[in-house]
Design a protein around this ligand. Sequence first.
Ligand SMILES: Cc1ncc(C[n+]2csc(CCOP(=O)(O)OP(=O)(O)O)c2C)c(N)n1
Ligand code: SF4
Length: 248
Amino acid sequence: MAIARKRPTMIELQPTFCPGCGHGVASRLLAEVIEEKGLLNNFVMAMGVGCCASMRRHWGGEILQCAHGRTAAAARGLKIGRPDTCIVTYHGDGDAYVIGLQETLNAAYTNSNITMIVVNNTNFAMTGGQMSWTTLPGQKTTTSTGAGRQSGVPIQVPEMIVNSFPDVAFVARGSTYCAAEINKTKKLIQTAVDCQIQNKGFSLVEILCQCPTNWGMTTQQACNHIRDVVTKYYPLGILKDVEGDGRQ
Ligand SMILES: Cc1ncc(C[n+]2csc(CCOP(=O)(O)OP(=O)(O)O)c2C)c(N)n1
Ligand code: SF4
């Protein structure tokens, strides 16, 4: 028998992501974690520009809509002004790792006490599926047609952060491709938010999400693609936990 899960308070209306999109799952996990931790009235989402921006229509919590790529910098400023408020960025890989790479690295470099949630769907989805620095070798996009991406390597920002800035509190990668990984990803978000509440410093959870629309796949094909292909380039798991191993 299916178990009905209560809709999180912050998701006030039906989301308008494409059917099967991983954003719907990732953002719901964040909404569940914030509510379960009793932070509903002490939380601001610093939102990037991308498909996430459609959340302004259905998300009932406080949102700071940031300029494209400036999300981590805006979140840092917000945290300085409201140090007791839980500040979480929510954006895509284009926002956080391409146009906003400097802002993201600077937040990690300064070990800012914010949490970043980055949806990695290996393309600039909202603008029609252009190639991103996260695009896989051979992946076809609207700007890498024919044989697909032929040069460059997919950028691994979480790995870059833990290798460059070892003081950060928590960095991990999850996915929305199946129920088991969704449950694990929720625990990653819980831990990241805990780090911020306990003033332990910078935390980031990258979430590999399906984009059936721009990948030209069904939802099931897109989920299988993450499991079989995308995770080979972006391994799942915890890359850094200030508390050491064994917390999850
Ligand atoms: C300064 C600026 N440059 C470019 C754009 C156009 N733009 C809007 S969203 C977007 C890409 C979003 O991709 P991503 O952050 O990966 O999020 P996704 O839509 O894939 O979830 C781009 C290039 C913009 N709005 N502002
Ligand atoms: S274009 Fe892709 S990322 Fe954007 S809402 Fe649709 S499926 Fe989701």
